[in-house]
Write a protein that binds this ligand. Sequence first.
Ligand code: PLP
Length: 402
Amino acid sequence: MNTKAKLSQKALKVKESSTLAITARAKAMKASGASIISFSVGEPDFDTPAHVGEAAVAAVKAGFTKYTASSGIPELRSAICEKLENENGLIYKPSQIVVSNGAKHAISNALAALLNDGDEVIIPAPYWLTYPELVVLHGGVPVIVKTDKTTGYKASATQIEAAVTDRTKALFINSPNNPSGAVYNKTELEAIAKIAVKHDIFVISDEIYEKLIYGDDMPHVSIASFGKDIFERTIVINGYSKSHAMTGWRAGYTASVPEIAEVIGNIQSHQTSNVCSIAQKAALAAQIGGQGCVDEMRKQFLLRRDYMSERVAVIPGFDALVPDGAFYVFVDVSKLYGKKTDGAEISNAAVFAAELLEKKGVAIVPCADFGYDTHIRLSYAASMDDIKEGMDRIEAFVKDLK
Ligand code: PLP
């Protein structure tokens, strides 16, 4: 039987992540005894703060282990509203918040609520690799707007407007950005908001790295905060994975106008029901507890960002900006094209990554699936010792190229 031919055409369009291959190879090398440094991870290396874990343990002990309201426990949805009002100037009622299984699930819910087959979704590149795959899975068509280093890898309102067609349904904004670390400022976002309102398109604003911005004079701004017209069209995505080192707990959310929130809630009620009851109690503790832990992690990331950026800046052939947010350095390696290791010619970032892993045991992410095949992503969600050792190895690898 030709099984594949019978499967969902939409599902078949979803690609395997190219980063999986490198992660699998790094794991296999490690298992066979090789010394591997990983700069490939997309999660904080810190432990979840103790008070968050304790809240989860208390929830288990109290028997808080049954179904909850599908869109989330009321106290968590209220706490999220307070956060959005106090920190982002956004006023929602608890009924407008849907707590989901991480920001990824929140994005999937948002797309499920918005898209009809053939609807276009504008995605500035570089982008988090999941966006286009989820757009496709929900019947949409990703429209990629490529940015470059001269604008700090940020899309301008003009570029976005040029990509708008009569099929455009939505636009992704991700600030701070994975993989570039770019942070959009108020002026840039205001201009983009005007375009979204003018053309009546929705904005999916992924703010998951909100707490990881390194400039003091650089506040996080939500695009939803520029008045009623853009507020109505924006679905805010956020969660606890990056801010509170809670990637495994799976707790994120959408905030949107009642009409959208209701549809998202309905979808989730049939697809997954509530987020794990215990994880919701943990997320509540993260939201209402002291935020000193968040600031402490940010300080550590800042030290690592500075160190890694300094090392990257002096490697011949590497070209990168110092990232303003998130925990990645986004490096153009195209100047090294044509150079050779003793086994291969560097013809793209994927070959660079594969060779670096084989020769020096450093795992990094080649960014073709992030819309940029000339770049690599180095995560500094790693210990300072590993960052030092890994950068020594990368520098030696590049110097050895002929
Ligand atoms: N959005 C961006 C830009 C991300 O980089 C990630 C994770 O890497 C997510 C969303 C997903 O977050 P979560 O783990 O909460 O699903």
